[in-house]
Ligand binder design. Structure first.
Ligand code: ATP
Ligand code: MG
Length: 573
């Protein structure tokens, strides 16, 4: 490829809302073009990167025995009604009607369509297992599309769906996909971590995420420095906190009693007043839980020094999301903000208590009465209370695997694999005959990779203050032959010769042969676009020399004779 023929509209200006390096550089480098909120065109260089990532993913999926198909971007809403997700997905699901009034959706994922393909076509256990995948557009009407390709509304995903006759076989495939994904991210040249994950609206039993490590990542990952443990904060667990009880450091009453705590509405104030640590209080976090068609006040009780993890809290009650709730709404529900506790709540109020508090004794909590708290409580007395893991693991909490001190790091979710079980096949009545001739629902797994998000993730992990630094397998071209002043015929000819030689040696090469641009400008484009290497053909040509520049360290240049360019680059690459 020649720069003189390349459509590559680079700019100095980044969009105003571009806070991430990848967003800025992909726009400035002319890789992508925004056409609407969360909708992007891929321009020539961006398209090459996208295709390179797709090719690596396809090769590894094919190696793992998966079958490539292509499901429609548009799917009938009836599929989604069958699985129950037409309402469950909320407003992320974009629905529309055709001229006959039939309803469709722009696919945000394709579990239903995959079941539809296999249903009645695979009828016997003998034809299982099967793994089908495609690399296709997805649309999710995200509430806040942002960060360029990172969180688009229209984006490209590789999604695979596997079908099995037993749970053991699903686990085998799940492990195979985990190994396949490792190969993919390694080949892409990315530093990543595999973590336990929440399964979200897709459902199922176990799931793992592949996190590309980057400070700008939207996900907080909890990792243990002493062992392999890693989990998204939405799913992270810790060893139970060891908190001494009330009895040990206070002359409290011997049984649960009510104390006057006028104007002491915060955990801090209460702990000071009672002379106990914050951890010995029960904190009430009050939210409005939003369901498909309704909403209600819900209270989550956690230890005074813990924070509520909203995804866990949502999962514990099957809500779509949690919203803030006003004092007035709480009072209307018969609650006493500032004095709320799990004992003597008004009839019918839904509440969940963090599992670490199950049967705990000696804690203080609100009495559900203005100006009063209860001290020295005994949670084992609460009958029929619901317990669930609700807390956000904090840095310094103890690893339940090895006793190490947990830490936070940031990641970009680049892939997610799920053990779905028979959730979708049951709902959609998709069955096969087992060894005994009995009809069974397919056991399923599903496996996603954010292809277009990866374009941004590579740059988030690999850039400097000048621009992109592509990894060797994702770069649009490996070498940029920069002809300093292409108006000079000898320079241009020498550049073209090197360009041809490199291509003949199988090295993907582009030549900056633009006549109207000066050397500084060309170098700026090289740095912004981020090819791994440049060969600069300039003044030293008279002595038969050119310079090789490594994009990772542009200050250092290696001078080589023209005849050694190919062999030197071969060694470097
Ligand atoms: P997130 O938590 O980031 O919203 P998700 O868990 O909803 O993602 P999945 O349903 O697991 O996403 O989809 C599989 C993969 O598709 C993700 O791991 C991610 O890489 C990619 N992906 C999901 N949503 C988007 C988006 N809005 N833009 C670009 N890529 C996305
Ligand atoms: Mg996910």
């Amino acid at each position: 490829m020649k720069f003189s023929r390349l459509f590559m509209p680079t700019t100095k200006e980044a969009p105003k809302d571009a806070s991430l390096a990848s967003h800025q550089y992909l726009i400035r480098g002319g890789f992508i073009n925004q056409t609407g909120a969360g909708i992007y065109d891929f321009l020539p260089l961006g398209k090459i990167v996208l295709e390179k990532i797709k090719a690596i993913v396809k090769e590894e999926m094919d190696n793992a025995g998966c079958n490539e198909v292509q499901m429609g971007f548009v799917t009938p809403l009836s599929f989604w009604d069958e699985s129950g997700r037409s309402t469950q997905m909320g407003s992320e699901l974009l629905k529309f009607k055709d001229r006959k009034g039939t309803e469709y959706v722009l696919s945000p994922t394709n579990e239903e369509a995959a079941v539809n393909i296999v249903k009645n076509r695979i009828t016997s256990y003998k034809d299982l297992p099967l793994n089908i995948y495609h690399i296709n557009l997805k649309f999710r009407d995200e509430a806040r599309p942002r960060f360029g390709l990172m969180r688009g509304r229209e984006f490209l995903m590789k999604d695979a769906y596997s079908f099995h006759s037993s749970q053991e076989d699903l686990v085998r495939e799940f492990n195979l996909m985990e190994e396949t994904y490792k190969k993919i991210y390694n080949r892409l040249g990315l530093e990543f971590r595999i973590v336990d994950a929440d399964s979200g609206a897709i459902g199922g039993s176990g799931s793992k995420e592949f996190m590309v490590l980057a400070d700008s990542g939207e996900d907080t990952i909890v990792v243990c420095p002493d062992c392999e443990y890693g989990a998204n904060i939405e799913a992270a667990t810790r060893a139970k906190k060891d908190v001494p009880t009330w009895y040990e450091n206070s002359d409290a009453p011997e049984s649960m009693s009510k104390v006057l705590t006028q104007n002491l509405k915060t955990i801090e104030d209460l702990a000071n007043f009672l002379n106990i640590p914050k951890a010995q209080n029960i904190k009430a976090v009050m939210k409005r839980a939003v369901y498909e068609k309704s909403s209600e006040a819900v209270i989550f009780f956690v230890r005074g020094d813990d924070e509520l993890e909203e995804t866990k809290a949502c999962n514990s009650i099957g809500a779509l999301e949690l919203a803030d709730i006003s004092e007035d709404e709480l009072k209307d529900a018969g609650l006493t903000p500032g004095y709320c506790g799990p004992f003597n709540l008004p009839e019918g109020i839904k509440f969940v208590i963090d599992s670490e508090l199950e049967n705990e004794k000696g804690l203080a909590c609100g009495a559900n009465e203005e100006d009063y708290h209860l001290v020295n409580t005994d949670l084992s007395l609460l009958k029929d209370a619901k317990y669930a893991d609700l807390i956000a693991v904090q840095e310094g909490d103890i690893c339940s695997c090895c006793g190490g001190k947990l830490e936070y790091t940031k990641g970009i979710e680049a892939g997610h694999i799920f053990q779905l079980g028979n959730k979708y096949s049951e709902e959609m009545d998709a069955k096969f005959l087992d060894q005994n001739g009995k009809a069974q629902s397919f056991i399923m797994g599903c496996y996603g990779i954010g292809i277009s998000r990866l374009v941004a993730a590579v740059i988030e992990q690999n850039h400097d203050d000048k621009g992109c630094i592509w990894t060797k397998t994702t770069t649009p071209f490996m070498v940029d032959v920069i002809v300093s002043s292409a108006k000079k015929e000898d320079e241009l000819n020498a550049g073209l010769k090197i360009y041809e030689d490199l291509k003949n040696a199988g090295i993907s090469t582009i030549i900056d042969d633009r006549k109207k641009e000066r050397f500084g400008f060309k170098m700026g484009d090289f740095e912004l676009i981020g090819f791994p290497y440049a060969v600069v053909v300039g003044k030293k040509l008279q002595d038969g020399l050119v310079e090789i520049v490594d994009r990772k360290n542009t200050a250092e240049k290696i001078e080589v004779s023209i005849d050694d360019v190919v062999s030197t680059l071969q060694k470097l690459i």
